[in-house]
Design a protein around this ligand. Structure first.
Ligand SMILES: [Zn+2]
Length: 101
Protein backbone atom coordinates (compact mmCIF):
# COMPACT_ATOMS: atom_id res chain seq x y z
CA UNK A 1 0.00 0.00 0.00
CA UNK A 2 1.33 3.41 -0.97
CA UNK A 3 0.53 6.73 0.63
CA UNK A 4 0.33 10.22 -0.77
CA UNK A 5 3.49 12.26 -0.15
CA UNK A 6 1.39 15.39 0.28
CA UNK A 7 -1.27 14.44 2.81
CA UNK A 8 -0.69 10.76 3.58
CA UNK A 9 -3.91 9.67 1.90
CA UNK A 10 -4.22 6.14 0.54
CA UNK A 11 -3.05 5.75 -3.05
CA UNK A 12 -5.27 3.46 -5.06
CA UNK A 13 -4.70 2.04 -8.56
CA UNK A 14 -6.73 3.80 -11.22
CA UNK A 15 -6.89 4.04 -14.98
CA UNK A 16 -6.02 7.18 -16.83
CA UNK A 17 -6.61 6.74 -20.52
CA UNK A 18 -4.85 3.47 -21.32
CA UNK A 19 -2.29 3.92 -18.54
CA UNK A 20 -2.47 2.67 -14.98
CA UNK A 21 -1.69 5.12 -12.22
CA UNK A 22 -1.94 5.50 -8.47
CA UNK A 23 -4.28 8.21 -7.30
CA UNK A 24 -4.69 9.72 -3.84
CA UNK A 25 -8.19 9.34 -2.47
CA UNK A 26 -7.97 12.63 -0.63
CA UNK A 27 -6.41 15.18 -2.98
CA UNK A 28 -6.28 13.38 -6.30
CA UNK A 29 -2.47 13.43 -6.50
CA UNK A 30 -1.32 11.03 -9.19
CA UNK A 31 1.85 9.09 -9.78
CA UNK A 32 2.81 6.40 -12.29
CA UNK A 33 2.09 2.83 -11.25
CA UNK A 34 5.31 0.87 -11.67
CA UNK A 35 5.46 -2.90 -12.04
CA UNK A 36 6.63 -3.58 -8.51
CA UNK A 37 3.86 -1.54 -6.91
CA UNK A 38 1.28 -3.07 -9.19
CA UNK A 39 2.30 -6.56 -8.11
CA UNK A 40 2.06 -5.62 -4.45
CA UNK A 41 -1.54 -4.55 -4.98
CA UNK A 42 -2.39 -7.71 -6.93
CA UNK A 43 -0.95 -10.22 -4.45
CA UNK A 44 -3.47 -9.11 -1.85
CA UNK A 45 -6.38 -10.06 -4.09
CA UNK A 46 -4.98 -13.46 -5.08
CA UNK A 47 -4.55 -14.67 -1.51
CA UNK A 48 -8.29 -14.81 -0.85
CA UNK A 49 -8.84 -17.12 -3.84
CA UNK A 50 -6.22 -19.63 -2.75
CA UNK A 51 -7.13 -23.33 -2.75
CA UNK A 52 -4.76 -24.12 0.05
CA UNK A 53 -7.50 -24.47 2.65
CA UNK A 54 -9.23 -27.17 0.61
CA UNK A 55 -6.01 -29.14 0.20
CA UNK A 56 -5.30 -29.09 3.92
CA UNK A 57 -8.76 -30.21 5.00
CA UNK A 58 -8.88 -33.16 2.59
CA UNK A 59 -5.42 -34.40 3.48
CA UNK A 60 -6.06 -34.23 7.21
CA UNK A 61 -9.38 -36.03 6.80
CA UNK A 62 -7.67 -38.88 5.00
CA UNK A 63 -5.15 -39.27 7.74
CA UNK A 64 -7.57 -38.72 10.60
CA UNK A 65 -10.14 -41.40 9.91
CA UNK A 66 -10.82 -44.03 7.28
CA UNK A 67 -13.77 -43.17 5.04
CA UNK A 68 -15.99 -45.46 3.04
CA UNK A 69 -14.13 -46.06 -0.20
CA UNK A 70 -16.95 -44.80 -2.43
CA UNK A 71 -17.42 -41.66 -0.43
CA UNK A 72 -13.75 -40.87 -0.49
CA UNK A 73 -13.51 -41.68 -4.19
CA UNK A 74 -16.32 -39.28 -5.03
CA UNK A 75 -14.92 -36.46 -3.02
CA UNK A 76 -11.50 -36.98 -4.49
CA UNK A 77 -12.91 -36.93 -8.02
CA UNK A 78 -14.62 -33.62 -7.33
CA UNK A 79 -11.49 -32.24 -5.81
CA UNK A 80 -9.27 -33.11 -8.74
CA UNK A 81 -11.79 -31.83 -11.25
CA UNK A 82 -11.76 -28.56 -9.42
CA UNK A 83 -8.02 -28.06 -9.35
CA UNK A 84 -7.42 -29.91 -12.62
CA UNK A 85 -4.53 -32.07 -11.54
CA UNK A 86 -5.17 -35.19 -13.57
CA UNK A 87 -1.54 -36.20 -13.54
CA UNK A 88 -1.34 -36.05 -9.77
CA UNK A 89 -4.47 -38.20 -9.50
CA UNK A 90 -2.93 -40.96 -11.60
CA UNK A 91 0.17 -40.85 -9.48
CA UNK A 92 -1.79 -41.13 -6.22
CA UNK A 93 -3.98 -43.96 -7.47
CA UNK A 94 -0.93 -45.92 -8.52
CA UNK A 95 0.84 -45.55 -5.20
CA UNK A 96 -2.29 -46.38 -3.22
CA UNK A 97 -2.65 -49.75 -4.92
CA UNK A 98 0.84 -50.67 -3.83
CA UNK A 99 0.19 -49.63 -0.24
CA UNK A 100 -2.92 -51.78 0.13
CA UNK A 101 -1.29 -55.04 -0.82
ZN1 LIG B 1 -3.05 13.30 -1.35
Amino acid sequence: MKFCPKDGGIMLPAKKGDKEILRCKKCGYEEPLDKKTRKAYQIKEDKSKSGKVLTTSIVSEKEGRRREDDEWEQEREEYYKEIGLDLLRDELEGSEEHEEE
